[in-house]
Design a protein. Structure first.
Lengths: 463, 516, 463, 516
């Protein structure tokens, strides 16, 4: 068998190499494997034979044809990930082989480009968040949240985490999984049923016991509303020796106060909106930032890139820093087990933020705010309660329909529109009539008007 | 590969430093921006509505055109080095060629534009691919089912460790010890610790395999399980694996297989047949999904028998008509991350496996082992690099040398050797790992390295050894041909100079004393 | 207006620059333009305003949706261009910015990579053709043919060209256009109606006058058959002081004797099959090769890359050579006006041929031969005359149906099959029932069987 | 842009030299190769059927895996320099940024997989784009119709020259003289000659524009037409253009506009309004389709009035319901190439124009002119580079300097300056063109060059001048920082050493005396 990806698997090379090694057949190199373990036939995988590029292209094409992509209009579905525009330049850069075929830059001198790009990612996020230190990525926001909780426990030596009852349910479930082994408890704080905001009284009460490692809030929340009492929450947490952790939406930060401003100790976020695509939920990008505080920095999970100089002091350079926190050095004492992360996605985010820039970030935040408010307003005109909460919101919002939403959703699909996320399972307390809509920079007024018109027609029909 | 290599050097400013004049440039046009005014008229100004939550000063981002941004990052790529550029024989990393067809097909809009919550009947094509992939991975590992959810190997390990934890708890046993050989990858003990286990270190015997006596004396009713890599990180196959499995199972422990690197054995032996209960795989190693300079990867976790119930949910299912996600979770550990996994790398693995096919996968495995042993044969008579742990034994997908003899004779360390390799346009091996080998040089060529490059690598290592004897200072001053010279790790990590972001840099420049 | 592609078109930069120049407004720099010429309003182009990436993406998507791509099965249409497989690696390489955003490598020291790649293209084609010198591309085969004719006239100082009557009609029409200005005549030689091959007697007769600059043949011909008398034609041409020019199919040359072997002076070809894609007919790649002969080389059109060394003699390098033939130096005395060519397509061909290699080229030629013969055989089983000519053929062949082909063609389209090219207009003498089919490496036996089954059904229905 | 640049250097072997052992490697799998045997059984062996036409020895191609091929060409790219890497201010070349969105959309399978002969109703989307593009280009040039067929500017010129030829012939006039200014691009006289014209050279006046007196005395009843670029290659606008047009038209000649570079005037003035009858455009210059290291481009040719009938066919048409190709050719010159043109670059131009929009195109034009004049302002006090032809006049999209003062003072030539620029990571300008300027440095930044780079370019030119005075030899030995040093053009072109292919190289190595 000769194969394009296995250069020396041809007769000539094989023979020569085996001779040099001093064995007769490749399987002689497996002589230490218990013979009863050796398989006597090839595995039942693939399509029973090797395939050429063209064959697989046609096979994959036959699968892809069965997927339905919504572009006209773009998806209105929320739930932590929304449809955002991906600039062509981002894809172009991360398609460069020197980046995507590289390993973790263990040899900094030969990988300065990669390191600088990651340092820039850290720096751009730091400025966007007004936090000082950012790692070069967690897997996604859910695991960033989990790692933040674990870190809070390490820093404070306490074993309880308080989170809002409106927290993103998948994030909550991931955090529970990650905390399960260490026996850390997560408690939910109820919310103001009008605004969605966290119940400050309950929060304060739960903090009294002084066994809380961290208070976590989402801003905007997974249901889109803004948590306005951030300063108060921050103060409360700190007063009781807990860390204050904020989950934010990076694209909101051209408009909304960044976590650094309300004294968050740790800020986490999902970076998918920064030029990554939806990817059916992965890869994503877990953003993780802390303020300048040695207690915090020393306990950070994940990779950090830092600025340095050559040993002769003459040139600038970039290297991985504070590696003594990491598993390959500290093993069971490491601050996390993470090693492979989402570096390339971090670079995508860096390219995206560089393209957006100081002007662009303000503009995009603002336009998302405007469009999502426009959509809510238009929906409310046709008898939909949108937004459900009486509060400011950003990008996502809950809409409550006069009839069960799932029916409406299917009717929208038939019109090639991907509507909001049905909330009956995601957020059961809210009932079967609710959906989580997301409106971004990608939705023109025409798209929104189209949605509203079609919805109006459907509601009329279904009612 | 020819002498005279020199990496591009751009002395590229930070992206912040490019727009020297702070002019208002943009690199991205907001869609339908002409609607802004109309929208404001209808819904009002966010600045006013947001009250105290309004951000009154814009983030300190650079302002650049698309031209400048593209050039900047293109230049940075020229100062990076991946498999597309040359051999990256980092041991334990399985740096194989990333086929371009995988990249092309997996970037199709009909994949990257799918919302994870979109209705299952609108993603049947993707789900079918994932379903097949899961079946194939189960077949290759000898496991019953796999969860595609873990985003990387370490997350797969954490999932596995938590599964072990929960399995025992569900049986009313509070087993709190996880056995981990001293040759194990750092993520093994770290994951075990994250799952709340006490880590018990098992030494390696002179044969390069787990010390059976030590293992026997370590196991007890506190033993939750053993995490093992086979072939292990020394590239040595644990020939006593059946005995190892028996020892652990006999005390009621479970066997966890770190299958980050299945490269030497795919299609040849299966962890399931060796007695393992749980396996994780690194899609970004064995199955050619790219490493992306550190990620993303995908870390599928598989299980056998009862343990299947504990796999992270949802699992991919097929009811004869329709593919769907099965969220049923009676005993499962829950989710290990949001949504379903790193789908794009998984699709690349689907393509990779389908294209190589049953024979091809096996041939790739064999070739990776031939490459390793060919390299060993080429280095046979070199005294400066020694092969610890039974040099007669064939290695599998990788091999670990020690540069201790060289260091003793010349003062040149494994790190110096690494830097000297860079100067020849070659990426260095993994160094100082596994920790049980001093001055370790851990080398893994994978099947995609052509013979010539293995020969050049061996030749270069020999030359470096020779030069180390003649003029150790010359080697210690390497690298010269990379885009920068050797970097100061002390400065980088020193509490007074450590600079993790440009923001910290600016704060320092403004006079703040930021000490770690 | 601020725009991503016009960095300094912002207020700050503009003001600063205009000040330094010493003018008030940009239009002051047009003070020498007659004012009545200056437009008073913006041009009526585009969609009336500037568009974001996402807007144009949606617009283009709406157009692309109206195009129909045939992949399952691949197109069976011939006519000079056929559907061939494009390896992903080819696209990857030519998408690298250092190549595709470069200009002609006028500064060789900074563009060695591009020059080496083009030198390799020339070399790979030279070996495939067994010709010695290859230029770094003409626009397409039609213009390569035209340039070959013009060159033959320059070399021989004669003014007539003989071509087969079966010559590709578009190539013929292009050659006529290009030769029109210089008053050069093209005469067609009739063919053996059984085999399609050129009428040797007529050829010899026409050569007698000794005013023929070149004899041109296609091998395989545009109708797919093989011109087997190449040695005889070559000898005849040379005997009468004419050049012998052969048009070939590069992918046939793993199997079929190359033009260098039958003493062609100039060989031309269409390089589209070498990894370029169909591109709706452009860009293509005109291949142009000559044997080692100073008369010929000095008269070649187009760019040539050569091997050289550094001035200190220490290193190897590549530069553009024999530039004194070209327009930028020789102006009206140049051997051609060509400057921009199809360099990137030449690189694509080089990557393609490198991937294919010594083994691959034999295999692909063979499999194309086998598949096209299989298709012809299967068609003949259902009452189609295929191949029409009683002769060997490669890849393309004429099939004559019992009924007018256009009807069949439309019926095939309805089944999502792009059938052969209707020959009624392309090659009128052959009648309305004929079509030119092309079967390549991309057509599996199943594809061919499907075609035949559907055709069988259609013929039955239509008859 | 910072000092210290150094280009990557790989000393990369030729692709032939890579597989040192001539092992049988492949980089590409033939589809459905497993059918081969079955096919042979059914249709026989080609070797037998082909008789004397069978190729009995395989072509001498290399044998390589995909891994080796990809690395080889990736490395070669690192030794190349395009707009994605830095400024390429080659005058007359209009090296503007190639937007990534154009590349992405124009590589869609629904474009690149279309067969040119597929039925028109299956390509309506593409035809609509081409139709719109044609309308826009007609509007920008002030012409009535355009043919999208010419694959490049020169082919557009040839088409135009042939149109002029045929127009006169159809009117019974055998006009055999084409007037071409001495500042014209080389393709103009070359194209005219290919169309069978005698080329009459018109000198340039001291103002830098066509010499009106000379023109007047050159025109006659033999004058077929005048080929003019405006702004001309000196970057100077032909202010007497209306007079020029009159002179030529008055004798019955036609006006041909070389619109290779419309960059300075798009949306500001139109060739049609100046009196031109035929225009060609370079899609790969003005409309940002990439140059591809030499091509492909696209060279649309447009005409006004009667001349429309002469345009190459087919033209794109719309009948109110359907887009189609109109092959009607009563007077037309025929086809200038096969099929319809270079469609992919044309689609890029469609996207580029649509995205910039009416205002944007105009702004781009203005900025290109500002950039040129800003650069001139920066070089104002430098004696070593002089501005020939009325230095007070603003230039448009480009400017031509002469390095004659520098050469006189130091011996350093325009070529030396070019090589010295390379050493700073900057691409050189066009040199020794137009031929009427000695030691010419022809510089065109285009609108996509940021201000900082123009400043750095000017600064570097000044430093080179300074260094030339101090140490001319240092400049003459440049470049040092490129992947190779200065190359020997004599060796390259010498009859005994000229080596255009590896085949010739091999034949020489085998002892053949190949002399040119
Ligand atoms: C043996 C081994 N186990 C586990 C891992 C961890 O996998 P990941 O980096 O995907 O988290 C690695 C790779 O880093 C490894 O080599
Ligand atoms: C002024 C001018 N005219 C004509 C041409 C020829 O165009 P092309 O290179 O596309 O053939 C060029 C570019 O080379 C040019 O700059």
């Amino acid at each position: 068998m000769i194969h394009p990806w296995v250069p020396s698997a041809n007769e000539d090379d094989r023979k020569y190499m085996l001779k040099k090694i001093g064995v007769r057949t490749p399987l002689d190199l497996y002589r230490d494997v218990p013979s009863k373990l050796l398989l006597d036939k090839p595995p039942k995988i693939g399509f029973g034979k090797s395939l050429s590029e063209f064959e697989i292209r046609r096979i994959v094409e036959s699968y892809l044809r069965k997927n339905k992509v919504f572009l006209d209009p773009p998806p209105f579905m929320g739930g932590g990930l929304c449809f955002h525009v991906v600039p062509a330049a981002v894809k172009y850069i991360i398609s460069r082989g020197e980046f995507y075929t590289a390993y973790t830059p263990y040899q900094p001198e030969i990988n300065q480009g990669l390191l600088q790009a990651l340092f820039e990612y850290q720096s751009l996020i730091a400025d966007l968040f007004e936090m000082d230190v950012v790692n070069a990525s967690m897997y996604d926001m859910s695991t960033a949240v989990a790692e933040a909780f674990l870190m809070a426990v390490r820093v404070t030596k306490k074993k309880k985490i308080l989170v809002p009852a409106t927290m993103h349910p998948e994030h909550l479930s991931v955090a529970k999984t990650w905390l399960f082994g260490k026996g850390i408890k997560i408690e939910q704080i109820s919310f103001n049923s009008e605004t969605g905001e966290i119940n400050l009284m309950e929060l304060e009460r739960k903090l009294q016991s002084n066994d809380v490692a961290a208070v976590y809030i989402e801003n905007p929340s997974s249901l889109g509303f803004i948590e306005r009492n951030v300063e108060a929450i921050s103060d409360l947490a700190h007063k009781h020796g807990a860390l204050f952790i904020a989950g934010v939406d990076p694209l909101s930060l051209g408009l909304i106060k960044p976590p650094g401003r309300y004294n968050a100790d740790i800020a986490v976020a999902e970076g998918q909106s920064l030029g990554l695509g939806l990817n059916y939920g992965g890869p994503l990008l877990g953003i993780f930032a802390v303020k300048w505080d040695r207690r915090l920095i020393r306990q950070m999970p994940g990779r950090l890139i830092g600025l340095t100089q050559t040993v002769d002091g003459k040139e600038r350079g970039f290297v991985m820093i504070l590696q003594t926190r990491e598993q390959h050095i500290k093993r069971e004492k490491a601050t996390s087990n993470i090693t492979t992360n989402e570096a390339l996605m971090a670079i995508a985010a860096a390219v995206y933020l560089s393209l957006l820039g100081r002007e662009g970030i303000r503009k995009i935040s603002r336009i998302i705010w405007l469009r999502s408010h426009y959509a809510a307003k238009r929906l409310s005109e046709i008898g939909v309660r949108a937004p459900y909460f009486n509060n400011e919101f950003f990008k996502e919002f809950v809409a409550v329909f006069p009839v069960p939403y799932r029916k409406i959703h299917r009717a929208l699909l038939e019109k090639n529109i991907l509507g909001g996320l049905p909330l009956d399972k995601w957020c059961p307390w809210i009932g079967p009539n609710a959906a989580l809509f997301c409106v971004t920079e990608a939705h023109s007024m025409r798209d929104i008007d189209l949605l509203v018109d079609v919805l109006n027609e459907i509601i009329g029909r279904v009612k | 590969m020819v002498e005279g290599w020199r990496q591009a050097r751009w002395r590229e400013p930070l992206i912040y430093e490019l727009n020297s004049v702070k002019a208002k440039r943009i690199g991205f046009i907001i869609p339908y921006a002409d609607e802004e005014e109309k929208l404001v008229k209808i819904v009002g100004k966010p600045e006013e509505k947001l009250g105290t939550m309004y951000r009154d000063t814009p983030p300190e981002l650079p302002s650049l055109s698309e031209v400048e941004v593209v050039r900047h990052y293109v230049r940075l790529t020229q100062m990076s080095y991946g498999v597309d550029v040359g051999p990256v024989p980092l041991g334990s990393c399985t740096m194989k060629f990333n086929p371009k067809i995988c990249e092309e097909l997996a970037s199709d809009p009909r994949l990257v534009n799918l919302h994870p919550y979109q209705d299952e009947d609108t993603v049947q094509g993707l789900l079918e691919m994932l379903y097949l992939l899961e079946r194939w991975l189960a077949e290759l590992t000898g496991m019953d089912r796999c969860s595609l959810q873990p985003p990387a190997g370490a997350a797969g390990e954490l999932a596995g460790a938590l599964m072990i934890k929960k399995y025992h708890l569900d049986r009313g046993e509070n087993r709190d010890e996880m056995l981990v050989p001293d040759s194990a990858h750092g993520t093994n003990p770290a994951s075990a610790a994250m799952a709340g286990f006490k880590v018990v270190r098992i030494p390696t015997s002179e044969k390069g395999t787990i010390d059976l006596e030590a293992l026997r004396s370590a196991v007890s009713e506190r033993t939750a399980g053993l995490m093992l890599t086979n072939p292990n990180t020394l590239g040595v196959f644990e020939e006593d694996i059946l005995e190892v499995a028996k020892i652990v199972h006999d005390v009621g422990g479970l066997l966890y297989y770190d299958g980050a690197n299945l490269n030497a054995i795919m299609g040849i032996v299966r962890p399931g047949d060796m007695g393992f209960d749980i396996v994780h795989l690194n899609i970004h190693k064995t199955f050619a999904a790219p490493h992306g300079g550190g990620g993303p990867g995908a870390g599928v976790v598989c299980a056998k028998g009862e343990l299947v119930d504990y796999l992270p949910r949802p699992l991919i299912e097929f009811d004869g008509r329709k593919y769907y996600w099965d969220y049923t979770c009676k005993k499962c550990i829950g989710r290990i991350r949001a949504y379903y996994g790193n789908i794009i790398p998984l699709v690349k693995a689907f393509i990779y496996i389908a294209m190589l096919g049953p024979e091809g996968l096996r041939e790739a495995a064999l070739q990776s082992v031939i490459n390793t042993n060919y390299f060993i044969a080429l280095l046979k008579d070199v005294q400066d690099y020694a092969l610890p742990f039974d040099p007669q034994r064939p290695r599998k997908h990788e091999v670990v040398y020690t540069a201790e003899p060289l260091k003793k004779a010349t003062g040149v360390t494994a790190e110096d050797v690494a830097k000297a390799l860079l100067d020849h346009g070659l990426h260095a091996p993994t160094i100082y790992f596994p920790p049980i080998v001093n001055e370790a040089l851990m080398i893994e060529f994978t099947e995609s390295e052509p013979r010539e490059n293995i020969e050049f690598y061996a030749k270069t290592l020999k030359e470096i050894a020779k030069m180390s004897h003649e003029s150790p200072q010359r080697i210690k001053s390497c690298p010269h041909n990379t885009s920068v010279g050797r970097l100061d790790m002390r400065y980088a990590n020193h509490p007074k100079t450590v600079t993790p972001t440009y923001r910290v840099y600016r704060r320092r420049v403004k006079g703040e004393k930021l000490v770690l």
